[in-house]
Design a protein around this ligand. Structure first.
Ligand code: FES
Length: 272
């Protein structure tokens, strides 16, 4: 049982939770995630470890209410407990000094992006971050991302904050004016697909962090499989980060939506 010591609303249906998990806090690295479960028969959902506090023995998670399980976690209050957390899982981000990094975060992707850019900054890279969302109300972690970037750009589809346009418009502008050594994209699957297509045109090595459906998180069930090049990889143990130019995004998107009908039925029953 892991106690929630702090809960904060970041945006409509998006919460930041600080949760007691001293062993995970002590060993997690950028790119790692945990699997959380609420209730003995609860579904297991992967969540990125956004930050940790070694003195308090806590980790920070950002959760968006989507399906039944994330709604159950978001309904918990300070002082209440998540049934269990397993982690840290996944391979840490490959952090090295490469020069200038273009970090592209879409919507909730801001949360996994934060520890990644922090680590790239600490390794001596110049970090240009683009945070994009449909609208102003969906932009999260602006201050934290800006504080860990050399340059910070906001894009919204509807122009309610920052520049108006899709994230790829902002990417093209940055790429046109300076040399980018590596790009990282984290966000909705479709966004990552188009970020990858953009950087492929310019031959910029690109990494994405995939938010695959997961069950065990330890490489046994195969739920998180993805095709990378001509190989099948498991996101939980081989990822979550992969070479964006080798991923079969169409298959990935199809698999992500594979349980939508069942999820909707569960959600309807939950909300009755
Ligand atoms: Fe089961 Fe990755 S979640 S193999």
């Amino acid at each position: 049982m892991n106690k929630i010591v702090k809960k904060e609303k970041l945006a409509e249906r998006i919460y930041r939770l600080e949760v007691e998990a001293p062993l995970i806090a002590a060993s997690r690295k950028a790119g790692n995630f945990i699997i959380a479960r609420t209730g003995k028969l609860g579904e297991r959902i992967p969540l990125t470890v956004v930050d940790s506090d070694l003195d308090k023995g806590t980790i920070t998670l950002v959760v968006q209410e989507m399906g039944v399980s994330s709604k159950k976690i978001c309904a918990l209050n300070e002082g209440e407990y998540i049934t269990d957390l397993v982690g840290p899982l996944g391979r840490p981000t490959d952090i090295k000094k490469v020069g200038t990094i273009l970090a592209c975060a879409g919507g909730l992707g801001a949360a996994p992006m934060l520890p990644i850019i922090k680590a790239f900054k600490e390794a001596g890279n110049r970090v240009i971050t683009i945070l994009a969302a449909r609208s102003k109300d969906l932009l999260i972690l602006k201050e934290e991302l800006a504080a860990n970037s050399d340059e910070f750009i906001i894009m919204t589809d509807d122009g309610t904050e920052g520049k108006k346009g899709l994230i790829t418009v902002g990417m093209e502008e940055v790429i046109a004016r300076e040399k980018i050594d590596e790009c990282i994209a984290v966000g909705p699957g479709v966004m990552m697909k188009f970020c990858a297509l953009t950087t492929k045109k310019h031959n910029i090595p690109t990494m994405v962090s995939l938010n695959a459906i997961m069950v065990d998180g330890t490489g046994m069930c195969g739920a998180c499989r993805v095709t990378v090049g001509d190989e099948t990889k498991f996101t939980c143990v081989d990822g979550p980060e992969f070479d964006a130019h080798k991923i079969d995004f169409d298959e990935f998107l199809l698999r992500l939506g594979g349980y939508k009908d069942q999820e909707n039925v569960l959600l309807e029953n939950f909300e009755k």
